[in-house]
Design a protein around this ligand. Structure first.
Ligand code: GLY
Length: 396
């Protein structure tokens, strides 16, 4: 273990030094964090007087916002928390608290699965950084709301209630991202049922959501009587059998996180398998930013998805700490490549531009022509998380 740590530290030190004339990674990360602080403060100031509103994207030169009901409502507060973690700027703390409070009512959400996204990125980070006991109540109430969507006869959390004529019990790969809230709730409350639900969800998703090459379907709908899948489809991807990029990134992140929280070697192996699929994919561009779907027939003339890259980079940094040094170095090298690309002028907006979002060129839902080649609040959030994780590794 000790030798592994020394090896990893040495590898990171080398990675942080100028390579092939590149700027040292530490400088890239610090400059990216400084830019993020600047841009995030502009966004926070702009929305301060817009009661209850949260940034969503920016389209045709106009801000597009949402109320807390939209699945992305927790990401801007979460971005502020990561900026605060890195800067300890009291103004950022004030805004982080303010925007976090805008999401509080989602603790009562029972009509969709996005409670984990909404509350754990906002209140979860707030609790981690401040220890504020009031945030615990919000998270516990939210976890109880999310748990109402778990049906024991299926063994999974139901994602959506729409399209009932098509899907009996739809579960999307994104749902893996809600499990951290349940795992936290089990730990905090001592109620093991939260953990049992999370583990059951991860196990059944592992069994039914993945193809032999470790790519994943987007939507798997289950028969409510047999508990077995009756449909495997896409919603935001190119086709039912394609590999929608962000979905692959959610899977990678979800199983890496579940390994951290359970120590279950099956989850680690699965995360490694997904990482192998992504890193080795013939359609993964050399700069590490995936096209919106790995199987789009229009590659290379189709939009990228910076959000998928940011989620993937953050997950790979975490995964690198769970494997043997040589493999960890491979994941870190890929995450570094992604972060360097995202931090470049091609993907990072100039201050005050891009509607005050940090990153350019994400894709929300290509088949619906929605948020295509656009800034997205979750791209910024996971980019900040990736930067924070790299910085912490460089300093350890
Ligand atoms: N969770 C919805 C999405 O990734 O677009």
């Amino acid at each position: 273990m000790k030798i592994r740590s020394i090896y990893m530290a040495l590898a990171l030190l080398l990675a942080s030094c100028a390579r092939d004339g590149q700027k040292p990674l530490e400088a890239v990360v610090n400059e990216a964090l400084a830019r993020a602080e600047q841009q995030t403060l502009l966004m926070a100031e702009k929305y301060a007087g817009r009661e209850g509103r949260l940034p969503r994207t920016w389209e045709n030169g106009e801000d597009v916002s949402s109320d807390s009901r939209w699945w992305c409502s927790g990401f801007f507060p979460g971005t502020l928390w990561y900026v605060y973690e890195n800067t300890r700027n009291p103004k950022v703390l004030e805004y982080a608290r303010m925007y976090t409070s805008r999401v509080e009512r989602e603790k009562y959400t029972t009509d969709n699965h996005d409670v984990g996204f909404m509350l754990y990125c906002s209140f979860g980070n707030g609790l981690r950084l401040t220890g504020d006991k009031a945030y615990e109540e919000v998270l516990l109430t939210g976890a109880r709301s999310l748990a109402t969507r778990f049906k024991p006869q299926v063994g999974l959390i139901r994602s959506w209630d729409h399209n009932r004529d098509k899907w009996q019990y739809p579960v999307i790969i994104d749902n893996m991202m809600n499990l951290e809230l349940l795992m936290w709730a089990a730990e905090r409350s001592g109620d093991k049922s939260f953990r049992e639900m999370a583990v059951s969800h991860a196990d059944k998703t592992l069994e039914h959501h993945f193809r032999p090459d470790f790519s994943s379907w987007h939507v798997v709908s289950y028969d409510t009587v047999s508990g077995q899948p009756h449909l495997k489809q896409t919603h935001q991807g190119f086709s039912d059998d394609s590999a929608w990029s962000r979905g692959q990134a959610w899977g990678l992140y979800g199983y890496t996180c579940m390994y951290r929280l359970t120590g279950d070697a099956r989850y680690l192996q699965h995360a490694r398998n997904i990482a192998g699929f992504l890193i080795g994919h013939k359609n993964m561009p050399a700069d590490g930013i995936p096209y919106w779907d790995f199987d789009s027939p229009d590659i290379p003339s189709t939009p990228r998805d910076a959000s998928a890259a940011a989620i993937m980079a953050s997950a790979l940094v975490e995964l690198s700490g769970f494997v043997e040094p040589a493999e960890g170095e491979k994941y870190m090298a890929f995450a570094e490549k992604q972060v360097r690309t995202l931090a470049s002028p091609e993907y990072t907006a100039q201050p005050g531009e891009n509607g005050d979002f940090i990153l350019l060129h994400s894709t929300g839902a290509y088949p619906f022509s929605s948020e295509v080649d656009a800034p997205l609040t979750y791209a910024d959030y996971y980019y900040l998380e990736a930067l924070t994780r790299i910085k912490q590794k460089l300093q350890s």
